[in-house]
Design a protein around this ligand. Sequence first.
Ligand SMILES: Cc1ncc(COP(=O)(O)O)c(C=O)c1O
Length: 498
Amino acid sequence: MKKLFIAPIFEALLDHAASNPVGFHVPGHHGGQALKQDTWVEQMENSPFEYFYKIMQLDVTELSSTDDLHHPEASIMQAQQLAAATFGAEETFFLVGGSTSGNIALLLALCEPDDVIIVQRNVHKSIISGLKLAGAKAVFLSPQIEPQTGLATIPTVKQVEDALAAYPEAKAVFLSNPNYYGMGVKLAAYVDAVHRYDKPILIDEAHGAHYGLHASFPRSAISEGADAVVQSAHKTLPTLTMGAMLHIQGNRISRDTLRQSLAMLQSSSPSFPILASIDISRAMIDALGAGLFEQSLHSAASFRDWLQLQNTVICEMKTEAARREGLLLDPLRVVLCDRSGVRTGYELQKHLEQNGIFAEMADPCYVVLVFGIQTSMHDTQRLQQAIGAINGEVKEHSINTRKSVYMNETMLITNSEPVSFNRAGFKNKTSLRIQLSAAEHHISAEMVTPYPPGIAILYPGERITPAMVTHIQKLSAMGAKFQGAVDPTMATISIFEQ
Ligand SMILES: Cc1ncc(COP(=O)(O)O)c(C=O)c1O
């Protein structure tokens, strides 16, 4: 049979399964054998168990015929080298704990307790976890807000430069691009700015594993010169959930230290099916090139054309202004909203689910749809039917207008002082609750996250500025919800006694 592609990990697993092995090793299902209990073996065929039996045949441990993720010498080493070549990195590490493990590993590799690092404020919680585990201090940079949609993107290059000038001791700059809504920027100017200070720039590109692989997609962060890039392969490539990659180039990050932090964070028994699925994704890209994405691009484009012709209350997020502002949009993400302002994003998501359509994410305003490789015209038609079933009067005033009011307020807060995530520093501190109006210049003992937009204004340990007090008061008056706050009205706030 003609080989479809070269995928060393996948092939090693197939070869091992084909050798009729008798295993006296973990995992306990022993190639799925454990499922085949005498009492139900006859019912097993075509039963749900059959799925697991097949997967389990490929779920092995570190054997001489497979390899060891933490000391790769055979199929994993080859697969990672092939991935590095495909994604344009010098070295690629396969991750079995999602981008979460890559983000944390980078922070642990770069920061000792109390080291300063410059971090975009609207980051995924894994970066906050990494800051806590490293005990680092973060200088937070507020994101820019795209005015038409009210969505947070990335801080400006100037903010990054200002932070680097103010904190020359910073170990690195950590940014996130694109955002969940598929909005991003060209990163070259950020890379130049950070490299002028001879610091590494790390990019959480969890949502852009497909970037750079088709002329319609924005360029990838690694091709723009970032030192380290984390990608959730499982989000946009044909990879099993938790499969991700960490790409590295240049010599600003110690690869040995990074290897050590990955070894601390990732299981000593990583899943071979997950590793093989990253390998298969890379192999498909090599074998099919940009053609891998043609079907999904075609489906997304035809859905957009259809939506434009409809006179339905559901429309795509407005993107002209975003494009004018130089934002680059992922053509495989379609962000919908109810332009009558009647349905929230959550309600719209619920409606779609009732019609068998499951979206990636919803927020108070939007629903995010991710078009996958091989999303067919049939799938697209089902989506169209579900949207066609939503009725309502089209009015041109939009919920976006309301949302952007919340968002524009966020712009008041720019670069923070270093915020300590060193748990030792919090140990013997007592907190007390005071009026927010009297909290200026105190250190917050709680995280304050208004929703929308869901971006933390204050982290525990962060100094409360007068602008923040005014900002929180304004948001509260507008009816914003504060997630997890002890006092949801935010009339009071918890501070550390000084
Ligand atoms: C921006 C961003 N970074 C990192 C992650 C974590 O990715 P993973 O689920 O692969 O661990 C997510 C998850 O949604 C994310 O949105």
